[in-house]
Write a protein that binds this ligand. Structure first.
Ligand SMILES: C[S@@+](CC[C@H](N)C(=O)[O-])C[C@H]1O[C@@H](n2cnc3c(N)ncnc32)[C@H](O)[C@@H]1O
Length: 389
């Protein structure tokens, strides 16, 4: 358990905003007859229009926000990703990029600048972003940083049909709402949220949908200590990848996130699951506070995604640690372009943050999926871990 007692206090405007979302959630609980399942609660906390964590106008990413992602740590991350993109571009006619959940827009900027410097710009850089607020921030940041490349960037509300190109999803699946489960003396219950005496509380009931029952059947044999075991299932990520696979004609999909293979995700010792909340860079495990002000996230089950890919005729081309993906993409060669002592030190620190096992190098993985490519993407096979999926 991670303590919530030392969390920073929200200011009165933020608290008022959070209270409004809380009231909205309490109404939803009442309308649903007394409880909503956690997936519904998490969806509202993160994405309720105007109030959810990602939908409302506060700083989420970077040092002033609640958490930092790899593209925010260093442009070397995106510039290295661009080298992998070029490998795919060499094999396809129609060169496009589709980024899901573009956050601040920084990754798009750094990728486009790197591709421009290598004379490899795409026809379009599409962005699909569920948060209207973040869409607006992305547009502002991109138009002020790279105005000459803005015409390449197109925001879409729906998946393009017959997409050919490269799809990117960095820390997107971990932000999708999950179902929470409790294996209690061999009986599996879904976790819900109820409102008792004006206070939100956990409660448990039957599994709410057939797809969940199917997934539970798959993971149950792995959970050998099912006496008291809490975990999560991300059906949204599976559905997202299935619909993407449906419209994806040729190219590669790079899914980058923190997570594990199935056996590791549902390891008997991981008996408290992976659900975490982040508020002003402090992690804890109570999603029933700070509604709309804190991020709620879970690790990704990469086996589940690889299975969806396989079932939908995508090739699982690689499964690597982030460190191996970046080293294969040449991150250490890119840094030589900054030469003075200060920048050399800064760059070395950034590379360490992105690649050291104790930092992001090991916990973060890259799942590379391809379709209709004639040649293997050799770089995504350095330190290949597909056998672990
Ligand atoms: C943790 S942030 C990561 C942002 C950015 N990719 C980065 O690495 O800095 C998650 C992002 O995914 C977006 N998101 C979540 N679910 C999504 C979905 N189904 N489609 C598109 N964007 C989504 C959120 O609005 C947010 O921009």
């Amino acid at each position: 358990m991670h303590s919530t007692t030392k969390l920073p206090i929200a200011d009165s405007i933020a608290q008022q905003h959070s209270n409004q979302l809380l009231e909205h959630i309490k109404h939803a609980i009442a309308d649903a007859g007394g409880k909503i399942n956690f997936v519904d609660y998490m969806q509202r906390c993160l994405y309720a229009p105007g109030f959810g964590y990602y939908s409302a106008g506060s700083h989420k990413l970077g040092s002033k926000g609640d958490f930092t992602t790899a593209p925010e740590i260093s442009s070397l991350f995106s510039r290295t990703l661009a080298q992998h993109i070029i490998d795919v571009f060499q094999q396809i006619e129609s060169k496009n990029i589709l980024e899901f959940g573009a956050g601040s827009g920084k990754m798009a900027i750094d990728i486009l600048l790197e591709l421009e410097s290598q004379n490899a710009l795409p026809e379009h850089y599409y962005i699909i972003e569920v948060s209207a607020d973040l869409q607006q921030r992305q547009r502002q940041y991109i138009s002020s940083s790279i105005p000459h490349l803005l015409p390449k960037v197109v925001w879409l509300d729906t998946l393009p049909t017959n997409f050919i190109g490269v799809v990117l999803a960095n820390e997107v699946c971990d932000a999708m709402p999950v179902h929470c489960l409790h294996f209690d003396n061999g009986v599996v219950k879904e976790r819900y949220i109820e409102n008792i005496n004006n206070t939100l509380q956990w409660c448990e009931s039957e599994l709410s949908q057939a797809e969940l029952i199917r997934h539970v059947e798959e993971i149950t044999p792995l959970i050998t200590n099912s006496d008291d075991y809490f975990t999560e299932i991300n059906l949204a990520a599976k559905a997202w990848l299935a619909s993407l696979a449906n419209t994806f004609q040729q190219g590669a999909i790079f899914i980058i996130d923190y997570g594990y293979s199935k056996t590791n995700y549902y390891h008997p010792e991981r008996n408290n699951g992976t659900l975490m909340c982040y508020y002003q860079h402090q992690g804890h495990d109570n999603p029933l506070i700070l509604q709309g002000l804190q991020d709620i996230t879970t690790h990704v089950d990469f086996t589940a995604l690889a299975q969806v890919a396989f079932d939908n005729r995508l090739q699982v081309a690689g499964f690597q640690s982030q460190a191996d993906f970046l080293l294969a993409g040449g991150i250490t060669e890119l840094h030589t372009t900054r030469s003075d002592a200060f920048n050399t030190l800064k760059t070395a620190t950034e590379i360490k943050q992105l690649t050291l096992p104790s930092e992001m190098g090991e916990n973060f993985k890259v799942l590379s999926l391809t379709r209709n490519l004639e040649q293997l993407l050799s770089k995504v096979q350095l330190g290949d871990r597909r056998h672990s999926l």
